[in-house]
Structures are given as C-alpha cells and as structure tokens.
Design a protein around this ligand. Structure first.
Ligand code: NAD
Ligand code: IPM
Ligand code: MN
Length: 352
C-alpha cells in the first residue's frame, strides 16, 4: 500500500493535481495495488481556511506518508502579505522541514512536441538533461535577510555538507546516464561559488569515471538555449537552479511539461516546476502533464518501480502523438483541449 498526501494548493494547483490523482487511481486499478490518497490544504488555500499557510496537521501528514504530491502555491490574493507569511514562504518551510535538499528537474523533449518549442526543432531534438538543484540552502535561506526603507539584503551561504551531498547525488546519477556533469556557478564573482566549485571538485575525486566541467551561470543560460544537447547532468545552487530550470522548460515547449522530484533522506515530494498560473486558473486550461510526469518520478524514486514510471511516460507520449494539445503547447491556429480532456486521454492510454 502506498500512502500519498496530496496538497493541491492554489491557482491551477487543484486542476493539475486532479489529473495526477486520476492517473494514480487508474494505476491502482490496473496493477491491483492499493493507493491511499489523503488531501490536505496548503498555501493560500490553507490560509483562507485556517489562517495559516502550512498547518501542523498538513506538515505532520507529509512526514508520515510515503510521498507527497504538490500542485503549486501563491497568487495575487496573498501577494501583499509580509514575506514570512506568503504562500511561497510555506513552500520553503515544507522543503526545509522535510529536508528535501535535492530537487531533480528533467528536461526531456517529446518528439511529438518538437514544433511546440520556441526554438528550432533541430536545436531541441533529443535534448535530455537532468538538473540537480540544491533546494534547502543558498540565498533562499541565508541569514541575515530583510529590507527597510533604504536597503534590502539577502545572504548566500553554502556549508560544506550541503554541497557535498548534492554533488554526490549528481555524480551517482550521471553514472546511470552519459557520465557527464556540469557544475554551474558564478565563481568569477562570488566567494560562495568558488567554495561550491572547490567542494564539487573534491567530491569528484570519488567519481573519476565521470567527466566534470564548470560553467558560469550567465554562459549556462545562453548555452541551454544555443545547444541544449551538450548537457547531461547539471548540478547547481538553489537560485541558479530555479532560473535555469524555467529556461529548460521552454526547450521542451512549455513550463507545463516539466516535472520535478524533491528528495531528502527520509521524505520525498513531487511537484511540477511551474507555479499557480493565476492568469489561467479555474479555466480548465492548464497543462496537467508536468504534474502527471511528477507521479512518474514518484514511482521511479520513491517506490522503485521504474517500469510504472515508463508506463506513465508512454501514456503521455501516446496522448501527444494522437495530436492532443493544451493551449500552452498548441501552435497558433491549432485547437486546444482542456485539462480534463488531456487527463482523460492519458488515463485511457494507461489502459486497464
Ligand atoms: P507560473 O509558473 O505560475 O506561470 C508562468 C506562465 O506560465 C504563465 O503564463 C502561466 O499561465 C504559464 N503556465 C505555468 N504553468 C502552466 C501549465 N501547467 N499549463 C499552462 N500554462 C502554464 O509563474 P508566475 O506567473 O511567475 O507565478 C505565479 C504564482 O505562482 C506566484 O505567486 C509564484 O510565486 C508562484 N509559483 C509557485 C511555484 C510553486 O508552487 N512551486 C512555482 C513557481 C511560481
Ligand atoms: C519553484 C518556485 C519556488 C522556488 C517559489 C514559488 C518559492 O519558483 O518551485 O521553482 O523559487 O523554488
Ligand atoms: Mn521556479
């Protein structure tokens, strides 16, 4: 039995999580395993109900389950709250409390979507890289932080153990891929980045079969767009990983395509890389694929059932190959289907 806590959150969160839950239920029927899904409020939705973005009950449920499925949080309704009370702060808190230090963001291009990218098909064809974004350190968490009328400040800090553990995971993963890691930093300017680079190279001594190179983050942003195929595994800090993975999203056609797994020692949480998309929320227009593919990552990483992950990816591919497109991946003039129609097609392709 798999015990999953779902926290749909805000904006399109509930719409895309409903798609992922439909996929989970179909898999449970098909393979005859039991999946218990317990839904909890989170983010703005939780604030509106309980006056708190992350309640003790939601956090405890996340601690006790086998895997967490998250939609997205945030939106204009809660933007004016003080920083520490925003939905985004609750997301950082849940990551920190569950010690989800590694955020894996795979950028893989589906053949059916070659025409959906804003880049030329020849540039993006066969792109397949995996970003290891450090998720519980760096400038997102460093102290001091704050602002007053005349000044704003944040602090980027990395401890040795934080760099070591994410670098190790990235090298281990590269062993099962093309054995190439690129570490991305800003060591030409930032001391914290020079430290990052030094530690990554120390860890590399245990992984001599893996090719390691360094790249400055500004160049990396350009290289991902110029020639995304040169990347296999990327390892980088929290802020750089956030920015570079949105760029990677557009390689695949849309932010609505990129799943992620946030992994720690004891817990794991699966979430699309996109946000709550207030501009299309509540309209049944959102692309559910990033969230459904996050379920595939759940089967792969949390349940050690890569064959089920493959089934999910194949069902997504089949739905795309049949020509279905949500608005974000439709070409101009092409008609678009709703979140629910895309979900139903993927569920159908999973088979019974
Ligand atoms: P966003 O990712 O929500 O949206 C950016 C653009 O991409 C929008 O035009 C949106 O319509 C589109 N988009 C995103 N996901 C899509 C999908 N599945 N299908 C179709 N189109 C999609 O980023 P934003 O607008 O900068 O942020 C909106 C809110 O979401 C903010 O409050 C932000 O803090 C929050 N946010 C939350 C998360 C998270 O919960 N993990 C991630 C990013 C942003
Ligand atoms: C993401 C988001 C979050 C981040 C925000 C909403 C806190 O952009 O998951 O990529 O910056 O990590
Ligand atoms: Mn982001």
């Amino acid at each position: 039995m798999y015990k999953i806590v779902s926290i749909p959150g805000d904006g399109i969160g509930p719409e895309v999580v409903a798609g992922a839950v439909a996929v989970l239920k179909q898999l449970s029927r098909k393979h005859d395993f039991e999946i218990e899904i317990e839904e909890h409020p989170f983010g703005g939705a939780s604030y509106d109900l309980h006056g708190e973005m992350l309640t003790h009950a939601t956090l405890e449920a996340c601690r006790k389950c086998d895997a967490v499925l998250l939609g997205a949080v945030g939106g204009p309704k809660w933007e004016k709250l003080a920083h520490e009370h925003k939905p985004e702060a609750a997301l950082l808190k849940i990551r920190k409390e569950l010690e989800l230090f590694a955020n894996l963001r795979p950028a893989k291009v589906y053949d059916a979507l070659l025409g959906a990218s804003s880049l030329k098909a020849d540039v993006v064809r066969c792109t397949d890289f995996l970003v290891f974004r450090e998720l519980t350190g760096g400038i997102y968490f460093g102290q001091p932080r704050g602002f007053d009328e005349n000044k704003g400040w944040n602090t980027m800090v990395y401890e040795r153990y934080e760099v070591e553990r994410i670098a190790r995971l990235a090298f281990e993963s590269a062993r099962k891929r093309d054995k190439k890691v690129i570490s991305i930093d800003k060591a030409n300017v930032l001391e914290v980045s020079q430290f990052w680079r030094n530690v990554v190279h120390e860890v590399h001594k245990d992984f001599q079969d893996i090719e390691l190179s360094d790249m400055y983050v500004d160049n990396a942003a350009m290289q991902i767009v110029r020639n995304p195929k040169q990347f296999d595994v990327i390892v980088t800090g929290n802020l750089f990983g956030d920015i570079l993975s949105d760029i990677a999203g557009m390689i695949t056609g849309s932010l609505g395509m990129l799943p992620s797994a946030s992994i720690g020692i004891k817990h794991a949480l699966y979430e699309p890389i996109h946000g709550s998309a207030p501009d299309i929320a509540g309209q049944n227009k959102a692309n559910p694929i990033a969230t459904i593919a996050s379920v595939a990552m759940m089967f792969d990483y949390s349940f050690s059932l890569p064959e089920i992950a493959t089934e999910i990816y194949q069902a997504i591919e089949a739905a795309l190959a049949s020509g279905l497109r949500t608005a974000d991946i439709a070409n101009p003039g092409e008609s678009a289907v709703s979140t629910t129609v895309m979900t139903e097609a993927i569920v159908r392709h999973l088979g019974a």
